[in-house]
Design a protein around this ligand. Sequence first.
Ligand SMILES: Nc1ncnc2c1ncn2[C@@H]1O[C@H](COP(=O)(O)OP(=O)(O)O[C@H]2O[C@H](CO)[C@@H](O)[C@H](O)[C@H]2O)[C@@H](O)[C@H]1O
Length: 210
Amino acid sequence: MENLSDVHLTDFIPSIYTTPCTLRYTQNGKPLERGIFAERNGVLIIVYNKTQNALTLVRQFRPSVYLSRIPQGDRVGTIDTGKYPASLGITLEFCAGLEDKTAPTEQIAREEILEECGYDVPLEKLEKIATFKNLTETTGARSTMYYCEVTDDMRVAQGGGVDDEIIDVVEMPVEEVLEYAQQGYVNSPMNFMFGLQWFLYHKYKRLGPV
Ligand SMILES: Nc1ncnc2c1ncn2[C@@H]1O[C@H](COP(=O)(O)OP(=O)(O)O[C@H]2O[C@H](CO)[C@@H](O)[C@H](O)[C@H]2O)[C@@H](O)[C@H]1O
């Protein structure tokens, strides 16, 4: 995962994943315009391994996170991966996936848990937490978050993703996740911080660890 080379920025290449546009409108008589970066909707799953009292998380290289950590002046030409190693873009996240098929979100969540984390979970083990907006200033895409408890004997595969995905599955003891989230700089998305708070309040502190 850390083996990164030939990194360079190109002009935007349209794809099914992101659609930039500008919305013009008049509000209270004032003409306005706002840039929008439309994204796909997705699902997120807080996977709690009861056997290990651990959260099942995924580590992966996120290009947008990597780029955000490189100053503008050093983004020209081939990026110096000696100065800016892959680790800058490696995040710790909950299992997640895009709604890339017309299946119910529960079904997509179940498949992502299997593909990324290797657990085969029956649909009824998925508890829906909420559907919410990812960001409000640049994208209106939504995420649907689930909670799912697993045990070691539900693991049927190694996980790690499919196709071009390079994903490490990390079973991290809950107390260790807490320490990680209390650092001054957390290389994880906002939904990770929210999901962790939800888990602590609604499951971990309330019911106690197994
Ligand atoms: N911007 C992009 N450009 C090109 N190819 C892309 C792309 N985004 C995804 N892909 C392709 O789609 C594949 C599958 O992605 P996934 O469905 O596993 O979603 P991911 O885990 O990236 O999380 C996603 O969905 C979750 C849940 O919404 C979000 O939290 C998270 O930010 C989001 O990346 C990737 O391996 C890649 O090939």
